[in-house]
Design a protein around this ligand. Structure first.
Ligand SMILES: *Cc1c(COP(=O)(O)O)cnc(C)c1O
Length: 371
């Protein structure tokens, strides 16, 4: 009789071992006490002072569980955006909501589509749910509706679209998003991740509120981590049909959003002045940085977000060299090889001083090294 040796160790779902763990943008540099951090698309203005004050007040009640239904926060979000609060779902960052969606709507043998240079988390949550990620080709670093539709099979259950996309900074017009929704089968859930929506000033752009409000198969996700400057608190939300909200509310942890996050988020979303300051800062410096980078002869993709993607030839290995040069000068940006963009770097818009220093440093690199 042949002896069968069984491996007694616990085993996760097979697809989980296919996950490459997400590598966050670094905030640390050896030999710099206060490096310039342009690696994580955080706002250089930080949060609203009112959000900070609300956060501090919430420390009076740390012994109590938070309101698991996030009533105050949902009402604040609903007031600002004209929504039905019962269809808002809150999460520990929009990352959690994306995970909840994958967990709820994907099983083994299902497929979910994301785009070629789309946000890396989609692939992770799809694999974690046991499903198969399918990458749709982009054209000119922009999601292609045609290519997404061409990837649809009868196993497709979810489409994840970051709009605008990270790390490319490009967006899909609301007309095309509506076309996508109309052309997708009705049982395919369309997830519009609008993490950077507040930064976009384009009359052909919409975050997707209307679609989420009027269709039963579209979810829009938003975050407090970007323009609201509350990344440390982990807070995001989704708008969707009552049925989808009910599903996500069953799956989420009963206290998935902390009380300090609820307090700070509710104050942040009502501070329009701070929001406007953050927007104006970005408007000014996005244009300035794009121009200055172009003037250095470096290719830069037009961005509508709070970051730019710059390109070098992959064969010259310049992206690696520029990244190293910036780091040696105390500036941290983000390599994009995990996104299939080995020749590109993503740089977040910083303070005026940081932006000027970045350009000065890049210009020292190009004048001594060429590109
Ligand atoms: C930053 C970012 C998020 C936000 O994630 P949080 O978990 O809310 O911090 C979501 N989607 C995209 C595309 C992002 O770039």
């Amino acid at each position: 009789m042949t002896k069968v040796f069984l491996d007694p160790r616990p085993k996760p779902k097979q697809s989980i071992l296919d996950i490459k763990a997400y590598v966050p943008g670094s905030h640390y540099l050896e030999s710099f006490d206060a490096p310039i951090v342009l690696s994580a698309n955080e706002t250089p203005l930080g949060p609203s002072p009112k959000a900070k004050a609300a956060f501090v007040s919430s420390s009076e009640n740390l012994g109590r569980y938070p309101d698991g239904s996030c009533q105050i926060l949902k009402r604040a979000i609903a007031d600002v955006h004209g929504l039905n609060p019962s269809r808002v779902v809150c999460g520990a960052g929009s990352d959690e909501i994306l995970s909840l969606i994958a967990q709820s709507y994907l099983s083994e043998n299902d497929e979910a589509i994301y785009t070629e240079h789309g946000f890396l988390l989609y692939k992770i949550v799809i694999l974690a749910a046991g499903a198969t990620p399918v990458a749709a080709k982009e054209s000119y670093f922009t999601a292609s509706i045609e290519n997404i539709l061409a990837c649809v099979t009868n196993r497709t259950k979810v489409v994840f679209l970051a709009n605008p996309n990270n790390p490319t900074g490009t967006f899909v017009s609301i007309e095309d998003v509506c076309k996508l929704r109309q052309s997708l089968p009705e049982d395919v859930l369309l997830v519009l991740d609008a993490a950077y929506a507040e930064y976009v000033h384009r009359n052909d752009y919409e975050a997707g509120i209307q679609l989420a409000a009027t269709t039963s198969n579209t979810v829009m996700t938003r975050t407090f981590s970007k323009i609201y400057g509350l990344a440390a608190l982990r807070l995001g939300w989704a708008y969707c049909s009552a049925e989808i909200a009910d599903v996500l509310n069953r799956v989420r942890g009963p206290f998935n959003v902390s009380a300090p996050a609820i307090a700070a988020g509710s104050a942040a979303i009502a501070d329009f002045e701070h929001l406007e300051r953050a927007r104006q800062h970005n408007d000014t410096w996005l244009v300035w940085l794009t121009n200055e980078i172009s003037k250095l002869g470096i290719e830069v993709t037009n961005s509508v977000g709070n970051f730019v993607l710059i390109h070098f030839s992959e064969s010259s290995n310049s992206a690696v060299k520029v990244d190293a040069f910036l780091k040696a000068n105390g500036i941290i940006c983000r390599r994009a090889e995990g996104y299939g963009l080995a020749g590109s770097l993503r740089i977040t818009i910083g303070t005026e001083k940081e932006n000027r220093l970045l350009i000065e440093t890049l210009s020292r690199f190009t004048s001594s090294n060429g590109k």
